[in-house]
Design a protein. Sequence first.
Lengths: 310, 310
Amino acid sequence: MASNGTNGTNGAEKPAHRFDPNFTQAVIDNMGPKTTPRNRQVLGALVRHLHDFTREVELTIDEWMAAVHFVNAVGRIYSESKQTRNEAHRICDILGLESLVDEIAHKVISEGDIDPTSSSILGPFWSPNAPFRELGGTIIQDGVPPKGRVTKMHGVIRDMTTGKPIPGAVFDIWQASANGKYDFQDPENQTPNNLRGKFRADEEGRYWFYCLHPTAYSLPQDGPSWDLLTLMDRHPMRPAHIHIMVTHENFQGCTTQLYPNDDPWLTTDTVFAVKPDLVVDFKPLEGDDKAVLELEYNVFLAPKGYKGKL
Amino acid sequence: MASNGTNGTNGAEKPAHRFDPNFTQAVIDNMGPKTTPRNRQVLGALVRHLHDFTREVELTIDEWMAAVHFVNAVGRIYSESKQTRNEAHRICDILGLESLVDEIAHKVISEGDIDPTSSSILGPFWSPNAPFRELGGTIIQDGVPPKGRVTKMHGVIRDMTTGKPIPGAVFDIWQASANGKYDFQDPENQTPNNLRGKFRADEEGRYWFYCLHPTAYSLPQDGPSWDLLTLMDRHPMRPAHIHIMVTHENFQGCTTQLYPNDDPWLTTDTVFAVKPDLVVDFKPLEGDDKAVLELEYNVFLAPKGYKGKL
């Protein structure tokens, strides 16, 4: 969407401000002939929107310098943490950017009655090394933590266009423990791959296993991302969630997150990753001595190449 | 300027895209009641323009991740150079942001015939420690470098509203040497405050001293700013320039840069700091055994409190 809703440049419009009307286009036009068309589009739009923002709020020199220091501080934490603390990624999440990019990448609107399961952001905690486990097994490798509530999770993975099950689909799940930490972050309490696992759906597309009811947690309460949250008077909480990634060679994979419907942070998730079809109902379970709760969740995948309505 | 030219929110408009029309407003509305009005305005506009940009170009996940790595790399150089190499500042310059912020801060349009001297960006090389020197003295402290052309610079500092001279105005000048480096950057060849100095105008508002004809130079040809220039197929050159900062307690100070009118990089300055009234004519000088060139430059300051036409 151009700033004026028309042709995407400032050059052709009469600007609604008192500043040099040719400046922004001059910056854009300084790009040389060897810029790729995509770089020209993306960087040209970046300059235009950055300048429009700056003129709209009449950004002061002090505010701009504060932003320069902020960007340097973001990268400094990355460097000083030996690349383990990616504040630039977290800042994007706080501004809704990762969720927006995810929507743009995965938006599929069905031509039929059933939409595919909504995607949500991957986040920084997925691991390519999660082990395959047997159907009916558990991802609770290190025993049930204090306050942990074991849940039997199950469902069917189906083709959204036909409703037919997808045998052999892979259901990859990862979640934080009841202390709000993933295995990476919590080596004192968790062994690698605790609360992670992959399950292969059976001939009827079914999966089932044991996991934990998830626990809400806070983003770090220091550093540039915390400074930004403070400026915005926002809380640092993510609602409780389970991450899943469901894949099959003939279908478009779905990476998403599931949220208990009674979580207090659902409507103000600090990374804006909640969507209505991802809010789920954990029910009391009786007659299973391994679990106290049950979660049924059925997944719908779009076939590869399916475009739907644009 | 709002994305639709009206009320500055996405909530009230029908979006010209296929994505969730409520998402951006939800992110903005997550700010709490204790955000200051200015932070709400600036950060709200930042989110809106960032999202509009992202939807307009349909930014891909790979492109977004490249941007995350880029921001981390910017701060890493700052950290690893022990805060001496401010790439975040340089990236802003390359995108025209510092020049735009400078224009916003200093825009004064005269109600009379004479505009004040245009401002330009301060850049990273001004020093608060430059010494006062005598009128008629020189800032070439370490001798004339190879290829250096000594210039007698002179002019009158006047009140733009009355045309009267401003006795006692301070004319602060700094410039790179003929190798394109400032004293900070070149300790092997230059002592501190070489090619820097302050001069106090005489009773008729006049200043005069000796300096060098300036030399064009390149921004660093490595690091994130160089990567960005390469993506945009742009050269890294700044046109030759002299920095000046002219101040007096009763007038609005003017920080600016002066450019020789025969410089090949004038129209494509990589930081976009050239304005027409800052382009000057160095003339051959005869009869002065200290200099081969002459530069006359008269400065016009606006009185403190003068607003002009908005």
